[in-house]
Design a protein around this ligand. Structure first.
Ligand code: HEC
Length: 117
């Protein structure tokens, strides 16, 4: 066997295939990174802080510390979590507006109310 003129081409081909393989792995990694960055961003938007939400949307009726004002006290309420969830979601005929808290955040809001004294 002398020099086979095909060998250099095979080598270059092997390198090319290797490079493509490597780049596709790298691309997948980048894709994951981009996807997780997107997740982080949407988490920021979805972050629900019940205390500041209540400051913005509830204190005008329920008092600055939700201790009651025009509307009943929420701090120290006797209502159960389920009763509150229903009232917060649907409102009441007695003047509590429904739909103030996004549905997915009602649990967090009720937990917060129950944490108040
Ligand atoms: C426009 C005034 C107003 C705003 C704003 C308001 N509420 Fe109310 N809320 C009321 C009134 C009035 C009642 C009493 C309703 C009734 O007895 O039918 C009430 C009742 C409630 C109750 C039941 C309390 C009880 O003891 O009966 C809960 C829980 C509640 N509100 C949560 C909230 C939360 C959480 C927010 C903010 C996201 C909020 N409310 C914003 C007026 C308001």
């Amino acid at each position: 066997m002398g020099k086979n003129p095909v060998v250099p081409f095979l080598l270059i081909m092997a390198m090319g295939v290797g490079l493509i393989f490597f780049m596709s792995l790298y691309g997948v990694d980048q894709k994951k990174e981009i996807a997780s960055e997107g997740e982080d961003a949407s988490q920021d938007v979805a972050d629900f802080d019940p205390a500041s939400f209540a400051d913005a949307k509830c204190v005008s009726c329920h008092g600055g510390n939700l201790e009651g004002g025009g509307a009943p006290a929420l701090a120290g309420t006797d209502l159960s979590a389920d009763e509150m969830k229903e009232i917060i979601a649907d409102g009441t005929d007695g003047g509590m507006p429904g739909g103030l808290v996004p549905a997915g955040d009602i649990d967090a809001m009720v937990d917060y109310i129950l944490s108040l004294e």
